[in-house]
Design a protein around this ligand. Structure first.
Ligand code: PMP
Length: 451
């Protein structure tokens, strides 16, 4: 086990960028690769952690570097059924040898998969269209929403991230001042259950915020096309409950003629343990649902699911073709993912191990001034860190410190929230009780040092 004494108290920005002062401490080949990276990829890319992690191999819930060091992955939700899952590997390999083509040919596998995928949704959602990334799925969702409503207005939460295209980045406030919001985009507060619980009703607060946003759009002559929200509010700071808090927002949005787009790129495919989709905990039915990341266990595939009536005119007038979206190999990967989630009872595992982690973290955090709340659902967990519990002032520095100390112990997590003060735990779904023990043991040690 490496020492932790060498970890300096980092600034919060350092979660998303290594500390250049530490470059010389890294093995020669990593130093060299970081230089080559900067040379060829340019300045926009970021590395996680003060001391970057090299990854050459993955298996299940573990990553390995070129020296064979093992890292416990408590962060990556793309390899949702586990790194290099043999079923997914075999499905992709076999399909790649046979055929990989697009949706302009009649193929049965996409139909089998689509029917199975749609069966996980409420009956009102009946068509699926395939894309390659979450950004692209959200872009398509918004195109349809604007087309159907004839409106341009979009409402999002204050810390939301929905993707990287010009259109989608313009309704992703978490990108910060460098990426201005679109003129027709309005922002409401993140559903910060911890802080609003102290001030009265969260639901009233959110309802009022949405009403004000709709009124402001109207004042500018703009109708509402859609409200879009990540159903677990991952970049806002992980807000899973109380179940139903989204309902008043959706009532207001639909009353104003807007659509509700549930972005399931983060919580989807059973991660929250109880249900396939995060919106289901709120007892609401979206007009459109988007999904991506875990869908193909790393093979690029994403999708938007629609109420069929939304696509009648759109489909008549607009030809949809996506060269790679829903290609034969991507579908083979997605089918294997769906099969593995069911056959290996990964939703049940997410629920069980998620409970173990949440309970363990609550116990460890008891009496610790900085740990204001442990929350989440299944294997999507947030730990809200504050400078003191009376003011609930977000403490991004301590979050960055914990993230980097865990990295020194070869356990990978990250942080989110407006101030980077919420530890974000989101491991591959086969995360075992032993993995959870290892995580909790390390967290316990680090929490003790915070005292
Ligand atoms: N929506 C949410 C909630 C996301 O977290 C992300 C990616 N972090 C996206 C959309 C965009 O997905 P992608 O990176 O695949 O374009």
């Amino acid at each position: 086990m490496s020492t932790t004494a060498s970890v300096r108290k980092p600034s919060k920005a350092m979660i998303n960028g290594f500390d250049p002062a530490r470059l010389s401490e890294l093995p020669d080949h990593i130093q060299e690769n970081i230089r080559r990276r900067e040379q060829s990829l340019g300045p926009s890319y970021r590395l996680f952690y003060n001391t970057p992690v090299e990854a050459v191999r993955g298996q299940g819930t573990k990553l390995y570097d070129s020296e064979g060091n093992e890292y416990l992955d408590a962060y990556n939700n793309v390899p949702s059924v586990g790194h290099a899952h043999p079923r997914v590997v075999a499905a992709v390999h076999e399909q790649m040898q046979k055929l990989n083509t697009n949706t302009r040919y009649v193929q049965e596998s996409i139909l089998d998969y689509s029917e199975q995928l749609l069966s996980t949704f409420p009956a009102e959602l009946g068509h699926v269209m395939y894309t390659c990334t979450g950004s692209e799925a959200n872009d398509l969702a918004m195109r349809v929403a604007k087309y159907v409503t004839g409106n341009q207005g979009i409402i999002v939460t204050a810390g939301a991230y929905h993707g990287l295209t010009t259109e989608v980045a313009a309704f992703s406030p978490s990108l910060g001042v460098g990426v201005p919001l679109g003129a027709n985009v309005r922002v409401i507060d993140a559903p910060d259950t911890l802080r609003y619980a102290r001030q009265g009703s969260l639901e009233d607060h959110l309802r009022n915020q949405v009403r004000a946003a709709i009124a402001d759009l109207q004042r500018h002559g703009v109708g509402l096309a859609a409200f879009i929200a990540d159903s677990i509010f991952s970049s806002d700071g992980v807000f899973a409950g109380p179940a139903g808090f989204l309902r008043p927002i959706i009532e207001e949005v639909q009353a104003a003629g807007g659509l509700y787009v549930a972005d399931e790129v983060q919580p989807g495919f059973g991660r929250t343990g109880e249900q396939w989709w995060g919106f289901q905990r709120h007892g609401i039915v979206p007009d459109i649902v988007t999904m991506g990341k875990p869908m193909g266990n790393g093979i690029p595939i994403s999708a938007a699911v629609f109420k069929p009536e939304l696509l009648v005119e759109f489909g008549k007038n607009i030809r949809y073709f996506n060269t790679f979206g829903g290609n034969t190999v991507a579908i083979a990967a997605a089918q294997a993912v769906l099969d593995v989630i069911r056959e290996e009872s990964l939703m049940e595992n997410a629920l069980k191990v998620g409970e173990q982690i949440q309970t363990g973290l609550r116990e460890l955090g008891q009496g610790l001034e900085q740990v204001a709340e442990v929350r989440g659902s299944g294997l999507f967990i947030g730990v809200d860190l504050v400078t003191d519990r009376s003011t609930l002032t977000p403490d991004g520095e301590t979050a960055a410190y914990i993230v980097n100390r865990l990295r020194e112990e070869r356990i990978l997590i990250s942080a989110c929230g407006a101030q980077g003060n919420v530890l974000k735990l989101r491991p591959p779904m086969p995360f075992s009780t032993n993995d959870a023990d290892r995580l909790l043991e390390a967290m316990g040690r680090i929490f003790r040092d915070l005292h």
